[in-house]
Design a protein around this ligand. Sequence first.
Ligand code: GGG
Length: 349
Amino acid sequence: RSLSTAARKTLKIGLIPADGIGREVIPAAKQAIEALGSDIPRPEFIDLLAGWETFTKTGNALPHETVDVLRNECDCALFGSVSSPSKKVVGYSSPIVALRKELDLYANVRPVLSVAPEAGQQPAVDLIVVRENTECLYVKQEEQTIGENGKEARATRVITERASRRIGQMAFELALARPRKHLTIIHKSNVLSITDGLFRETVRKVPTLEGLNGKYDDVTIMEQLVDSAVYRVFDVMVAPNLYGDILSDAAAALVGSLGLVPSINAGDSFVMGEPVHGSAPDIVGKGIANPLASIRSAALMLRHLGYTKGADRLDLAVDQVIREGVTLTPDLKGTSSTTEVLNAVLKRI
Ligand code: GGG
């Protein structure tokens, strides 16, 4: 699937709605992509299974077929949301965590962007969390033993030079492309001096890597401890996996709703859009899930593939709907349904 952007006649998009409201918002994103017409290659969608419900039916939360089709047939994918149980279930493992590793989607890029009152004005909030996506505590090496204090539980946290270097390089690229050219490394190396120390040191050294020849000289580097970063956010922030997850949800509060925040999971040869929100069991089936994060995730995915015109059309339509403030779901204090918001976006595409 290594065709150049220009050479593609069709765009094969894997759709993995997974659980909960993922099944309501991913179909909305699909319709928004279809509305782009000739601004992108003709989209072909392939429905794929994953999630808790898939596990309860088949005994496998991430069927091999899903991974095989994504790897061998798809150009990109959209993932919805997953409802993993909070207690250990024998044989179950989070499919989104597994999928990011299987496809080596090492960067979770999460822009948090508000909409300015008028087109052309600067938005009040415009930042990006760049989350390492393959290691840290998400290696899921946990154990429980019995010791002199009763049960003892341990989790291994893995930080490697390779993963820190490549997420660091992705973050420098993103920072370089922005007007402020400012990168903040998020860590807690005053406590975790070995693991976070390695992350921090490795990211700091990225500009000195062979072959870069001063490419990132204009990027200013700052550091911030993760706890204080939660209340003092920055332009582009690069963080180990767990900190990045928490920080981006916290940053979502600045724009009013998690239902607005998109992401891509990106590797060197594949990209998967994914709204930052979860499966929201409290509103499943009510028809009021906000589809805008998924539509924006589709835009990010298309932009990553080089389809700037299509991506811009999606983003501008979403901006317009938010700016008008008339057709909004209840998370944004509106009274509209998922379908009404989608229709408002489609009309403006
Ligand atoms: N779309 C983001 C999402 O589904 N968030 C919830 C999440 O990541 N859960 C982890 C899991 O349930 O395995």
